[in-house]
Design a protein around this ligand. Structure first.
Ligand SMILES: [Zn+2]
Length: 453
């Protein structure tokens, strides 16, 4: 069994007590953490961590990896959710499998370079007549060695049936369910440490029929996989639900038996007190996406009140067309600042913000083997060099505070499942220049621009 010793570094364990070690050693054997402490232990490889801080690999609970293809699209730079979606659907409808794979690799690589080791992705655009498959996303993650919750997303409520997306990107319920089942059969790894899990992810109340929501629920529960959808993101959505279903978004989910420990919803902004209590009671999780919520002017998620009630909350960057960045460490800082804007400076500490992106996200994705650095846990680790100018002074005060309050920097090392994937700030085995070139060519083709503007 291969072993790696990270030597003489700070370790923010994110264990229940919030233990932070200074000048400690961390031994990884196989894909597990075998030792943390002051002893020198023999290992196949020794990595000197002087001046560095190790944290648990960050966990992203909601994304649309393909959306780097429409990142910063001028027409919707200042639009709210519904017009933002409507303008992009026709562009996404022209995607092929290569565009999905390459853009997914871009988003995942960028996240890896922020210390992210596990990502949940909702992929829901399957243009009619295209070769697009969820397997393009799964292949992208496998090549980078990042852990993936591959969400088999879906849209079945097209414009002609009163939904938001054009009919060219919606599928029939039969197609969706058959493909979801196939993806679970082929790729779902239920065991602790599994590198790919399939979650069932009908997109939203305004793009999926009630029948598909219910059939997705049944399929997920029959196969023992997680359920995820967008919910309570905007007031437009709330109005849509009241007009179409005669109830608020969360009541709609409740009426369908779509709340519970196996469910997590993205955004979760427009909840009243009773709805927060219902989330807590049913143990339904929330993926908090602060930058996207600010970018689209959607509102402020009540994260502090959720945590006070015991609601499971994790952190997410959301798609790159509504965040324009894939930096999960930056997102933790955004969560900290946004929470303070709503509930005051003492309502969220830097450690609380880091917990959202680690323990909190692990809890939302049902990954008890991830989210903290403790003996026996899976070795997903991000290591940051605090000798950089961004942390000058701060590193002498408090390393965890430095990481969250100062401007984020890329990690020096990232380990996933016991393998070093980022070394001295670069992703091992990835020709990033070539990937970027191809990605931007695909964007030009998708936008019908033969030459770079
Ligand atoms: Zn989303």
């Amino acid at each position: 069994m291969a072993s790696t010793l990270f030597r003489r570094l700070g370790i923010a364990t994110l264990d229940a007590a919030g233990t932070v070690h200074t000048q400690a050693n961390l031994l990884v054997e196989g894909n597990r953490i075998a030792y943390i402490g002051q002893e020198e232990r023999p290992a196949d490889r020794v990595v000197d961590g002087d001046g560095c801080l190790a944290i648990p690999g960050l966990i992203n609970t909601h994304h649309h990896l393909y959306q780097t293809l429409t990142r910063v699209m001028p027409e919707v730079q200042s639009a709210e959710l519904f017009p933002w979606l409507v303008a992009q659907y026709p562009v996404w409808a022209r995607m092929g499998g290569e565009a999905v794979k390459v853009s997914s690799q871009i988003s995942l690589a960028e996240m890896l370079l922020s210390g992210c080791t596990t990502a949940s992705d909702m992929f829901y655009v399957f243009p009619r007549g295209s070769d697009v498959s969820l397997e393009h996303v799964i292949e992208a993650a496998a090549e980078l060695g990042i852990r993936l919750h591959a969400g088999r997303g879906s849209m079945s409520l097209g414009q002609c049936a009163g939904g938001l997306p054009p009919d060219s990107v919606v599928q029939t319920q039969e197609e969706i369910l058959a493909d979801t089942e196939l993806m679970i059969d082929r790729h779902h790894q239920a065991e602790p440490g599994g590198m790919v899990r399939i979650d069932v992810m009908p997109c939203s109340p305004f793009s999926v029929t009630r029948e598909l929501m219910e059939a997705s629920r049944d399929l997920a529960r029959r196969r023992g996989v997680l359920l995820h959808t967008h919910l309570a993101e905007t007031l437009d959505e709330e109005r849509f639900c009241i007009e179409r279903f005669g109830m608020r978004p969360l009541a709609y989910l409740e009426a369908m038996g779509w709340l519970g420990e196996d469910v997590y919803v993205a955004h979760g902004i427009h909840f009243n007190d009773e709805e927060l209590d219902l989330l807590a009671r049913t143990k339904t999780g929330v993926a908090h996406c602060p930058s996207s919520n600010m970018r689209l002017g959607s509102g402020i998620c009540r994260v502090v009140e959720m945590r006070q009630r015991g609601v499971r909350v994790g952190l997410a960057v959301d798609g790159s067309a509504s965040n324009d960045g894939n930096n999960l460490l930056l997102e933790a800082r955004q969560a900290l600042l946004l929470a303070r804007l709503r509930t005051g400076a003492s309502s969220m500490t830097p450690l609380d913000a880091l917990r959202l992106a680690t323990n909190g996200s692990a809890d939302v994705l049902h990954r008890p083997e991830l989210g903290s650095l403790e003996v026996g846990k899976v070795a997903d680790i991000a290591i940051f060099d605090l000798n950089r100018i961004e942390y000058a002074g701060a590193v002498e005060q408090d390393p965890v505070g430095a990481l969250l309050l100062c401007h984020p920097t890329p990690p020096r090392y990232v380990m996933i499942n016991g393998e070093i994937r980022v070394e001295h700030g670069a992703i091992k085995g990835l020709d990033l220049e070539r990937l970027l070139k191809r990605h931007n060519e695909l964007v030009r083709a998708l936008r019908g621009q033969p030459e770079r503007v």
